[in-house]
Design a protein around this ligand. Structure first.
Ligand code: G3P
Ligand code: CA
Length: 385
């Protein structure tokens, strides 16, 4: 079914019905992941809504407040990216350079920690998690990454600490009990080759934390993801039982392959042959959304590529990233007005991806993701053609 125009009145009525139903009862709970290639997890027939960095459309990313809101909005899984502190504790940050998401630059006591490093071939100047102990990092406070686009979120600047992976897993456990469903953990190791190089390997503490939380079992509601390949191969070889997801990108190459002099790029990995190779060690792939449905030259949403079919042919789940409600992140034909911070027709975008056959979506707005997933799943709610 094609949805190339605005939602009809009937569709909006249906949408309201979905929203009302969400008030009365939470969205269907996440079941443990299927593990596409059959390597790891046991089964997930559900289409998954993954709270990207929590509910980062509404709260500063990677804070317990963002994670909690994502779960309460109905996200099946909540995403946590992990990096290491100096004392080898995993904390939840999108990158190890933290000036964009904490108030570290305003802390005179840490002024001398500002430095320049090369991470995955990119020179960066700022403050790095591996130069702080956990106790020091805990004195910092999170701030909104995108204050121009998400001005409302700056209301919460300074309120929340940087969480540890342990704290994220404890929150997941507590919310699962309260909400009476499994809230899944979708964990990404950030810059694993870099952290290996500074003696702070991410995989060992990650597996220890999962073991301690009793989330290392075949049916545990956990995905492990990485933009690199070698660490996923190692986790597979180590017989890690939870499903593994190879992240892909529309450009560039995995940092571990670059470091090893391997010329393969993400484009190579994203071909049918590349996906077949990924299926030897992983259960799913996380492509950039343009790899599933590219934009036309004029910025409008195009037609699906063969990516989903190619991935499904080798039994890989497909979880594209990242769906966001603001015009700034939407195809040109789905914008509403000229303000990049205003919401556009995100529901239509997401429906196009569900129709293309994806198995889940990463979204900064989990409530919107739940609505589009439910609209797609219930034919009675489908908008008129
Ligand atoms: O992990 C899926 C998605 O989060 C990848 O993008 O850069 O937000 O980690 P990024
Ligand atoms: Ca991520």
């Amino acid at each position: 079914m094609s949805r190339t125009s605005r939602l009809s009145a009937a569709a909006l009525t249906a949408l309201l019905a979905v929203l009302l139903s969400l008030v009365v009862a939470p969205a269907s709970s996440a079941t443990p992941p299927r593990g596409g290639g059959g390597h790891h997890g046991a089964g997930a027939e559900d289409l998954l809504v993954i709270g990207h960095r929590g509910a980062s459309g509404y709260r500063p990313e990677h804070t317990l407040a963002s994670y909690e809101l994502a779960a309460r909005m109905g996200a099946d899984y909540v995403e946590c990216d992990v990096v290491s502190t100096a004392d080898h504790v995993l904390v939840c940050r999108h990158e190890n350079e933290i000036s964009g998401t904490t108030d570290v630059a305003d802390r005179p006591e840490f002024a001398d920690r500002r430095t320049t490093k090369t991470v995955d071939g990119v020179e960066l100047t700022g403050w790095f998690t591996e130069d702080f102990t956990l106790a020091e990092l805990k004195t910092l406070r999170a701030v909104e990454r995108l204050p121009e686009l998400r001005e409302e979120n700056t209301l919460y600047d300074g309120l929340f600490a940087v969480p540890t992976l342990d704290e994220f897993l404890e929150l997941r456990r507590d919310l699962s009990r309260e909400l009476r469903r499994d809230v899944g953990a979708y964990i990404e190791t950030k810059h694993p080759t870099y952290f290996d190089g500074v003696g702070l390997s991410l995989e060992e503490p990650l597996l220890a934390d999962l073991r301690e939380a009793r989330l290392d079992r075949r049916n545990s509601p956990v995905f492990l993801q990485s933009f690199e390949t070698a660490n996923l191969r190692e986790l597979d070889a180590a017989r890690v039982r939870v499903p593994l997801v190879q992240l892909l990108s529309a450009g560039g190459a995995p940092a571990d392959l670059v470091a090893a002099g391997d010329p393969r790029t993400y484009a190579d990995l994203s071909t049918a042959a590349g996906l077949a190779e990924i299926a030897e060690y992983a259960d799913g792939v996380g492509p950039e959304k343009s790899q599933v449905i590219p934009l036309e030259a004029d910025g409008t949403l195009g037609e699906p590529t063969s990516f989903v079919a190619d991935a499904h042919a080798v039994d890989l789940l497909v979880h594209p990233y990242t769906f966001r409600n603001e015009n700034a992140f939407l195809p040109a034909d789905l914008d509403e007005g000229a303000d990049p911070a205003a919401y556009g027709r995100a529901i239509e975008e997401q429906l196009r991806f569900w129709e293309a056959g994806v198995d889940g979506i990463f979204t900064d707005n989990p409530d919107t993701g739940v609505v589009t997933r439910d609209l797609f799943l219930d034919p009675a709610l489908a908008p008129a053609a």
